[in-house]
Design a protein around this ligand. Sequence first.
Ligand code: NAP
Length: 484
Amino acid sequence: MVSRVIPVDAFDLVIFGGTGDLAKRKILPGLYRRFLQGQMTEDSRIIGAARADLDDAGFRQMVAEAIEEFVPENRRDAAVIAAFLEKISYISIDALGVTGWDRLKAAVRPDMVRAFYFSVAPSLFGDIAERLHTHGIAHAESRIVVEKPFGRDLASAKALNAVLAKHFNEAQIYRIDHYLGKETVQNLMAVRFANILFEPLWKAEYVDHVQITVAETVSVEGRGAYYDKSGAMRDMVQNHMMQLLCLIAMEPPYHFDPDAVRDEKLKVIRALSPVQPDDIVRGQYRAGNGEGGYLEHCEDANSKTESYIALKTTVSNWRWQGTPFYLRTGKRLRARASEIAITFKQPPHAIFDNESGWHENVLVIRLQPDEGMNLMVMIKEPGPGGMRMMQVPLDMSFAEALGDEAEDVPDAYERLIMDVIRGNQTLFMRGDEVESAWAWTDPIIQGWEARGDKPQAYDAGSSGPEDALMLMHRDGRRWREIKK
Ligand code: NAP
């Protein structure tokens, strides 16, 4: 299979926070890979901006080291790296100061796509946006890219939106949720809307329930104090898992067009029911296997912040009346595994004997570790011995389907940055989506804060707290096993 790489228009991309962790791990290595693939053209330029006192050579050295560390060896080509580094320069700028801005103004070129990546703390967004305007660096076509967290509640998200809206209109603002850039997540839309097979069954009449799992093995050690201010609900559910839920539950948009898709996602968020206290389980991992527990890692022995959450919610509309959506995510769990599983109902009438056995049809969409899809179907167990049924997977692993080319599938950040340059906002969150997501999240958090709920302890390397199992057992259902 030969994948087509369509070069994007030449651009000037300014990365505020160009020396930071995200720039080094994701943005710059991702741009290198797009350059290697021929998608970023020769006449494009990348400008790093931060306070550090570096010259072009010093910054290029930093970028070269980031490529060395974060790009696999078989995709590192010395000549291509050298050519890529030539496209890169650096300007020392303090977002809160006055120096450097004139140099930046002189560095950006007319008639190029102009984009500014705000890879800095959200508290700096307003100052950068304002200075880009007062110095005449941003024009009506310029785009800005902003990172999570987009607020920590509805009020702060509204304030951030207002700060950006002072200088940029919604069509210029690209709010990144890197889950939306994952190949499988986009494939979810392809499977739903490019096939006739699934859509007729995609409703409460046929779908028993939906499970969304984002399980991590990592702890919060090293960034516990920071994590403790957010917790799993704010860090994962309000943004990434909400986006996944939207893609499953949304109505078909009239066209694959940014606002048509985002309008449909927004309707889902608005239709989410409030979550009852009994439908939420929060947890904190214990010390174990020689490693500290959450309370040590967050450096607050009395912390009530959750490193795990499981909840049940419903989408209150005609399509989903009666189909629960179960969400769970946590740190220090048994395996690193993220998936969406859509479990279908039993056939209305059983023609085979009971001993034939019966399992549900399940469509599993794997986001990590190996992206792909799996449809569990019933077939007859081969051989004599009567009509015994067995469950087998119709498996589509992207790595298998694409062979060697799987390594060249852009990772989420690469794809999203190219979408910014193309001016395509489909995979970015609109301001009203983010605000609606917080409007659903806020009362849930306020509820457990008001009740003084404490998270349950769970063993490191387990599937989470016991009560999370009960959340499903009492509905006669069970979580899928968390496995690699
Ligand atoms: P970081 O490692 O702390 O880097 C922050 C960057 O901002 C540095 O380049 C820093 O350089 C620059 N900076 C700080 N103050 C500045 C100022 N006054 N003027 C100009 N530049 C300034 O942070 P990060 O992890 O890269 O995160 C950046 C953003 O991405 C944050 O909003 C974060 O929430 C978000 N994010 C990060 C990740 C991740 O994996 N790292 C994932 C998702 C979202 P100087 O100190 O030299 O100025």
